[in-house]
Design a protein around this ligand. Structure first.
Ligand SMILES: NC(=O)c1ccc[n+]([C@@H]2O[C@H](COP(=O)([O-])OP(=O)(O)OC[C@H]3O[C@@H](n4cnc5c(N)ncnc54)[C@H](OP(=O)(O)O)[C@@H]3O)[C@@H](O)[C@H]2O)c1
Length: 304
């Protein structure tokens, strides 16, 4: 039977550790603070940001939720970021993506003080990660490494294949795996004969954004499968294709009108050695790592 790498258990353990650090810092009069900037009314973003603010409250961090309207300009956002960069009570700045089309997202992310870049998206953070001296690594990739380490999955010397090369997931996760001494191959949409490469993986990380696209034939039995993908199935046909006969998911599908599936086909999990479920895997680590990064930023800024 494959081992299920349970994101909830691992995220809870990390959050407990963060809460402990926050308690210790409070004895020195330090309360780590996160500014969460949520522009407009994108329902998914509202849910994510609410969870992040709630996590701050649960773990004893200070948070400030700032909600500019969806007509905000790049200039207004830049002056907001400058204000947050200067604020002593703010250690981490989170700008929830996506932003409205009129806002230059890159200019904004570049304007965040790298010392407060808890999402790890600033070029300085990316450069430090590349150089093997990461300060604030992107949260989802950092969560992937925590899952592997805390589940005692060996990384050093193993062949890790990462499918996806985004700045947010694929590239940083590949770099973090390299720093853990994996032999890393990065694949993308122009990769030829993807299956011949994914079959070589001891650890296969899928960050593609395409529903169930890593099929069982693309996986070597016993491999560790890390599924970063979050895709929503909304039609009966799609549901039956992936989950026909799964009574529990069917009940959820009928209740909510949709279910989540990753980038790895659920049938591939059955032949793996270990895998992260979707939902309940990597996704749960992202907020835990954001909290961890905020505390780290608070300590770094004070030389603690
Ligand atoms: N908290 C979380 O758990 C979390 C966080 C972030 C993202 N996600 C999820 O992770 C997935 C990836 O996110 P992302 O932001 O990295 O997406 P992205 O920016 O769209 O990048 C997707 C990557 O997959 C590659 N790709 C697309 N089709 C492919 C194919 N047929 N074969 C091989 N590679 C292919 C693309 O290649 P090219 O570069 O050649 O176009 C690209 O590098 C999404 O499902 C997203 O929802 C989850």
């Amino acid at each position: 039977m494959p081992k299920i790498l349970d994101g909830a258990t691992i995220a809870s353990a990390i959050k407990r550790e963060v809460a402990e650090e926050v308690r210790a810092l409070s004895e020195h009069g330090v309360i780590p603070g996160l500014a969460a900037v949520l522009v407009g009314h994108v329902p998914a973003s509202e849910i994510y940001v609410r969870s992040k603010v709630q996590a701050c409250a649960d773990l004893g961090l200070y948070s400030d939720l700032i909600t500019p309207s969806d007509t905000v300009t790049t200039e207004e956002m830049l002056s907001l970021v400058a204000e947050l960069n200067a604020r002593e009570d703010i250690d981490g700045i989170l700008i929830q993506l996506p932003l409205p089309a009129q806002v230059d997202a890159k200019a904004l992310l570049d304007a965040v003080d790298p010392a407060k870049d808890v999402d790890g998206f600033h070029p300085v953070s990316a450069g430090r990660l590349m150089a093997g001296r990461p300060t604030l690594a992107p949260c989802t990739p950092a969560g992937v490494i925590e899952i592997l380490k805390r589940s005692n999955i060996p990384i050093a010397g193993r062949h890790a294949v990462v499918v996806g090369r985004s700045d947010i997931v694929g590239k940083p996760v590949a770099m973090l795996l390299l720093h853990q001494n994996a032999t890393v191959t990065i694949c993308h949409s122009k990769t030829r004969d993807l299956g011949s490469i994914t079959r070589q993986a001891d650890i296969l990380v899928a960050a593609i954004g395409r529903t169930g696209s890593i099929t069982p034939e693309m996986v070597t039995p016993g491999a560790t499968l890390i599924d970063v993908g979050i895709n929503r199935l909304t039609t009966r046909e799609e549901f039956d294709h992936f989950f026909k006969g799964d009574a529990k998911r069917e009940a959820a599908f009928l209740k909510r009108g949709s279910v989540i599936v990753g980038d790895i086909h659920p049938k591939a999990f059955e032949i793996s050695g270990a895998y992260t479920p979707v939902p309940g895997g990597v996704g749960l680590l992202t907020i835990a790592m954001l909290m961890s990064n905020t505390v780290r930023a608070a300590k770094m800024r004070r030389g603690l």
